[in-house]
Design a protein around this ligand. Structure first.
Ligand code: ZN
Length: 305
């Protein structure tokens, strides 16, 4: 039996830092965004969190050997299979009801991968910060997997501001910028991905938690310790030096925000840059579009900073 905590939510909601902090506990192993192992890790030959090219990382080689032995799946075929079955609109049918042959194949492939990660790392808890709703839908249907769902949400105006900033990618052979999203596009995704994450809570009876980025950022140590207690993992040997400073261990994350390469002592401060820097136009657009859900998650409707 392996215990897996899946982190769901729309990008730029703080999932990478939570993932990296959890990984710094001895009994936890974070995969980063495991969903992208096939495309970014194996096909695009991007870097593992340890700095090696993914295919050259000894730990992942061992995990893939234990999972699939001599019958390694073709990364291109798995990438294409993911594209077909894991569209956001397919999430409800992956969560319940009969699975198609392809979805069944994907479920088996992922189940073996999680088991191999547990076996090779010896971790008591595996954290997968893929965020993609379909991954959270399949997890409770995997054999010998104890699934937990962490749903992270952040003020959509802050999220949009982050998506509009040009952020360099650090894991590609050639420097490139991360994908950017315009305000309406980011906010529609924010609405849809959060709605699906909430809906999936039903598949995780007593194993679903909602965490707002703002609450985590205000009291990081407390937020992380509550999460670990929720998953039944020992919070001793903490990487926290005080309530807001953490010692980040090296990691083997497949993919995620470029901040995943940060290690060592990190002072955690709430990122509130959007309040001073965001132009009024995008702020009004996002506020109007997200209005009903702003209330739901306890965010102020006012557009003033
Ligand atoms: Zn590695």
């Amino acid at each position: 039996m392996v215990k897996v905590l899946y982190i769901a939510g729309w990008g730029r909601s703080g999932t990478t830092i939570v993932d990296n902090i959890l990984n710094s506990y001895e009994s936890v192993f974070s995969t980063g965004e495991l969903y992208y192992l096939w495309r970014r890790g194996l096909r695009q030959r991007r870097k593992c969190g340890c700095g090696d090219r993914f295919a050259a990382c000894a730990l992942w080689r061992e995990i893939l050997d234990v999972a699939y032995g001599k019958r390694q799946p073709d990364p291109k075929a798995v990438d294409e299979l993911q594209q077909r079955i894991s569209r956001v609109r397919h999430t409800p049918s992956l969560a319940s009801g009969p699975l198609s042959d392809e979805a069944e194949e994907y479920r088996r492939l992922l189940t073996r991968l999680y088991h191999a990660i547990g076996e090779v790392t010896g971790a008591r808890l595996i954290v997968d910060s893929s965020k993609v709703p379909s991954g959270a839908a399949l997890l409770p249907r995997m054999r010998d997997v104890e699934p937990y769902l962490l749903h992270m949400v952040r003020d959509p105006r802050a999220v949009t501001h982050s998506w509009m900033r040009a952020t360099p990618q650090l894991d590609r052979p050639e420097p490139q910028l991360m994908q950017q999203h315009r305000p309406a596009d980011s906010t529609v995704h924010w609405l849809v991905w959060n709605a699906f994450a909430e809906r999936l809570a039903r598949s995780y009876p007593n194993r679903y938690r909602l965490l707002r980025y703002e609450d985590f950022a205000a009291a990081p140590r407390e937020g992380i310790e509550r999460l670990l207690e929720f998953t039944g993992v020992d919070v001793r040997n903490s990487p926290f030096l005080d309530d807001t400073t953490v010692l980040l261990e090296p990691n083997h994350t497949v993919s995620g925000n470029p901040s995943r390469f940060r290690t060592g002592e990190v002072a955690l401060r709430p990122d509130e840059r959007w309040r001073a820097d965001q132009p009024i136009g995008p702020r009004i657009a996002v506020t109007a579009l997200a209005l009903p859900m702003l209330h739901r998650y306890g965010y102020k409707v006012s557009v003033a900073a």
